[in-house]
Write a protein that binds this ligand. Structure first.
Ligand code: NAI
Length: 343
């Protein structure tokens, strides 16, 4: 088996190299992202491995198929960058539904604590031997209300962490879990009651810009917003306006709606073309990390193992529990998928 691996980073390779030697297959690593211009690099490979910002549209899918690919393996959970419907009958699309919900949930809390206790400010000050505390006053999380949007694997770990801090937790989910001991409210109620709002739902047509100007208007003044899910859940322009109007007290962003041409690359020494991102980063109450919430050794190892297992399941057995359903684009809730194969 030969695997074409796009958007390869140094931290990916050791985990995949180990599995390639254990299971006897070849990997062609490409630093470049997959898009219509680079798809031909995968010619001769039965499997193609991509990440969150690779562009897997209809044109790319056709080119991969022409080149002999049979499996498109996402080494991530989200798949909003893949035309799953067009892939039907052309490529099997598999993903890694869970690799470490702890990695993402813990990063969300790390961002929250950094923000509310001004650690990002203090770190820079003390490195310059500035030991002044002026402007560093934060607030206790204990007793505050956390509103969690999306109560799947990551959202639930985040709920547990918040409860550990003595926070009251309310949640909104399009498909509330029964008997989960979670207090569900409507999205509007969550906006009105929460001191902290954290997004843990997938990006789709319905959730696109769910946190826009209207939603921001309904928030408590000074709300802290955390997004470790997908950038386009939040309308960045509206967020910026909300920060300027002081409605938003702080924003912690691991994802950004226009991140695909920016994140994972070093632009220090360059002029930042994206004015919205530049303005957000310039704010004292905004913390941006570049889609690193998943980045723990445990998660990287689990991602590599599940990705390789997914590929061999399809190539050897013709089926895989982590294959995406082309009809609903989901794993789990799809009735057809419960039979083990969705099409
Ligand atoms: P999951 O599938 O276990 O849970 C998602 C939850 O969102 C489900 O309970 C679902 O019912 C709910 N949901 C779906 N549509 C909704 C809507 N319109 N409004 C409210 N809730 C809705 O997913 P998991 O594993 O918890 O991951 C959540 C998201 O985190 C992923 O979709 C992915 O985009 C993001 N993620 C980000 C990472 C990072 O490094 N920043 C790493 C891994 C995932």
């Amino acid at each position: 088996m030969k695997l074409a691996f796009f958007d390869a980073k140094p931290y990916d390779r050791p985990h995949f190299d180990l599995l390639a030697s254990e299971r006897g297959f070849d990997i062609a690593y490409y630093d470049t992202r997959l898009d219509p211009g680079t798809a031909r690099l995968a010619a001769g490979c039965e499997a193609v491995c991509v990440f969150v910002n690779d562009e897997v549209n209809a044109e790319v899918i056709d080119k991969l198929r022409e080149g002999g690919a049979r499996v498109l393996a996402l080494r991530c959970a989200g798949y909003n960058n893949v035309d799953v419907r067009h892939a039907y009958g052309r490529l099997h699309v598999v993903h890694v539904p869970a690799y470490s919900p702890y990695a993402v949930a813990e990063h969300a809390m790390a961002l929250l604590l950094t923000s509310v206790r001004r650690i990002h400010k203090a770190f820079i000050r003390t490195r310059d031997f500035n030991f002044s505390l002026n402007g560093l006053a934060g607030f206790d999380l204990h007793g505050k209300t956390a509103g969690v949007v999306g109560t799947g694997r990551i959202g639930r770990v985040f709920i547990d962490i918040c409860r550990g801090f003595g926070m009251n937790v309310i949640a909104y989910d399009k498909f509330p879990a029964k008997d989960a001991g979670i207090e569900y409210v409507t999205f509007d109620e969550l906006l009105e009651k929460s001191d902290v709002i954290s997004f843990h739902c997938p990006l789709n047509a319905e959730s696109y810009h769910m946190f826009g100007a209207d939603a921001i208007e309904k928030c408590k003044k000074g709300v802290v917003v955390i997004n470790t899910s997908r950038g386009a859940l939040i309308d960045s322009e509206a967020l910026l306006a909300g920060i300027k109007s002081r409605r938003i007290g702080a924003a912690c962003l691991d994802v950004y709606e226009e991140e695909s041409d920016i994140f994972f690359n070093d632009f220090s020494g360059h002029i930042m073309d994206d004015d919205t991102l530049a303005r957000l980063i310039s704010m004292p109450n905004v913390i941006v990390t570049s889609h690193q919430a998943f980045l723990t050794e445990e998660a990287l190892s689990n991602i590599a193992r599940t990705t390789v297992d997914n590929i061999f399941s399809i190539l050897d057995e013709g089926a895989c529990a982590n294959e995406l359903c082309y009809q609903c684009g989901k794993v789990g809730d799809c009735i057809k998928n419960r039979s083990g194969k969705c099409f």
